[in-house]
Design a binder for this molecule. Structure first.
Ligand code: P53
Length: 493
């Protein structure tokens, strides 16, 4: 084992997204977002996407965990853990309630002034995502979301507004959260949350995804250029969901299938990092007869607006196998083409837990992009038990993070991969994106709230809170602090 240390400026922190914590969905002029029309689902169901707000349903993001009102106490807890940075997003519909408004909403802008000031007070660097599954709902109903080229302008106007406003408060930005989730184009949730798109009868969802994805990489590239003009010191990154897709066997067809799966999942970051489309995709879109709206000017924007770093989430790995009747493109459909990997265990929600996959991912991204990497999400959704004396003994969460940080250290210290920071998901318990559940908990801080929104909203420190505090204190050198029923920390707190 190496004795090398992580760099002193390593950004330890934690992540959330506006719609999953803030609540206050209609307060101070905020407009509805796509997150406000999604219901709560059970562990294995899909959230329903309703037409506007239907009083027959419960919408967990409406109040979320009330971070909008409780952020000063929450940030104080993050500071106590020793956070160097805090990743959150700006709710687009607080700033432009309808998305196409002429003027921004001053009350929304003020909220983020206060939030970022609160972070800076503790020397916590904000890391800010511009679009994290929360596009203004009006852009869906009026424009069809990112299937419409006009939405590029609405997004870049939003980006310019917040870049200017927070020029001296925020240095680290990310354009679109997990822009590549929508490669799973047959799943209604991903196209809706990424792009505000509902597939209409007769439409080819794969084509729609490639068109929306194109408009988004163009919007991202324009935003990067605007941001660098406003403040040349900005670090503006792309953000992908990194789930490596392994071949199920050493059969050459499985290898080709897995290679295509990786090309399909990461074409978004290929374009955002390299400023141009990968060759296979140009040919593929042509062969499929998609006939997309991609202009010369777009291609120039892509080349001029490459990102400074790549942020990514890492939760799990995937595996795929070729089918006996593969087409010659090994076309990848994520809904159908994944297989279970028997070598790795699964979380209660069926996510394949694979710490070594993080080392693999870091090396793969480093080999491909040669850019600094930022692990902006990593964590495990699990059921937590609150004890009578308000403790949460989340040993499974500590273990998950320990194993992943260990692999991150191997990638950095042994393999020489440059990683800027690590912000586990999530800083505090949140509303799950895919299920809307509170009970799929990720945080270091427990929020007393149930799936139906009931509860006191009181905050309690989990065992992982003290464990992570020690990890940060030792700059990742010591991952083995024990926190539990008999230790000092849990008795004195
Ligand atoms: P939830 C799918 C695969 C990997 C990450 O997810 C994903 C998703 C979409 O659910 O989302 C990211 O809450 C996302 C966060 C989200 C987190 O992972 O579904 O950026 O907003 O909460 C965890 O368990």
């Amino acid at each position: 084992m190496t004795t090398k240390q992580l760099p002193n400026d390593f950004l330890w922190g934690g992540a959330v997204a506006a719609h999953q914590v803030e609540g206050a969905y209609n307060v101070d002029g905020k407009g509805l977002s796509v997150a406000d029309v999604m219901t709560s689902a059970g562990t294995h169901d899909e959230r329903k996407i309703t037409k506007g707000i239907d009083p027959n349903y419960f919408y967990p993001n409406h109040n979320a965990v009330d971070f909008y009102h409780q952020y000063p106490e929450d940030i104080k807890l993050l500071a106590e853990m020793g956070f160097k940075c805090f990743r959150t997003s700006i709710a687009w519909s607080r700033i432009f309630p309808n998305g196409d408004d002429q003027e921004p909403n001053e009350a929304g802008l003020k909220f983020y002034d206060k939030l970022f000031d609160e972070c800076l007070k503790y020397n916590i660097e904000p890391v800010v995502t511009l679009s994290h599954f929360e596009m203004p709902y009006h852009l869906v109903t009026e424009y069809g979301g990112f299937r419409n080229r006009k939405v590029i302008d609405f997004f870049t106007k939003f980006a310019e507004t917040v870049f200017k406003r927070y020029r001296d408060k925020v240095k680290y930005w990310l354009t679109f959260n997990e822009i590549n989730n929508q490669i799973n184009y047959d799943r209604a949730f991903t196209l809706f949350t990424n792009s505000g798109i509902k597939i209409k009868p007769g439409e080819n969802p794969e084509k729609v995804m490639y068109q929306a994805g194109h408009y988004e990489v163009v919007a991202s590239a324009i935003a990067v250029q605007i941001g660098h003009k406003i403040n040349p010191d900005f670090e503006i990154g792309a953000m992908v969901a990194m789930s490596p897709v392994y071949p199920a066997t050493d059969k050459p067809e499985d290898i080709l299938k897995a290679q295509r799966a990786m090309q399909a999942r990461y074409w978004f970051s290929d374009v955002q990092v390299e400023g141009k489309y990968p060759s296979w995709l140009v040919n593929y879109q042509d062969a499929k007869g998609f006939d997309l709206d991609i202009t010369e000017k777009d291609l120039q924007e892509l080349a001029a607006g490459t990102v400074d770093y790549l942020g990514f989430s890492y939760y799990m790995s995937f595996a795929t196998a070729a089918s006996p009747n593969e087409d010659e493109y090994y076309s990848y459909n994520e809904t159908n083409d994944l297989v279970t990997n028997s070598y790795v265990p699964q979380s209660d929600w069926g996510w394949q837990v694979d710490p070594k996959g993080l080392r693999y991912a870091l090396n793969w991204l480093n080999d491909r992009y040669h850019l600094p990497l930022f692990i902006v999400e990593n964590g495990i959704g699990a059921i937590d038990q609150l004890t009578n004396d308000h403790k949460i003994h989340d040993q499974y969460r500590i273990k998950y993070l320990q194993d992943h940080i260990e692999q991150m250290k191997l990638a950095m210290l042994n393999d020489g991969v440059k990683v800027m920071g690590y912000t586990p998901w999530s800083a505090i318990d949140i509303v799950s994106a895919s299920t809307g559940q509170l009970s799929k908990r990720y945080g270091f801080i427990y929020v007393d709230e149930n799936d139906d929104g009931s509860g006191s909203l009181a905050r309690y420190k989990k065992d992982s809170f003290y464990w992570y505090q020690h990890v940060i204190e030792t700059n990742g050198a010591d991952l083995s602090k024990t926190v539990g029923e008999n230790d000092e920390a849990s008795q004195s707190n």
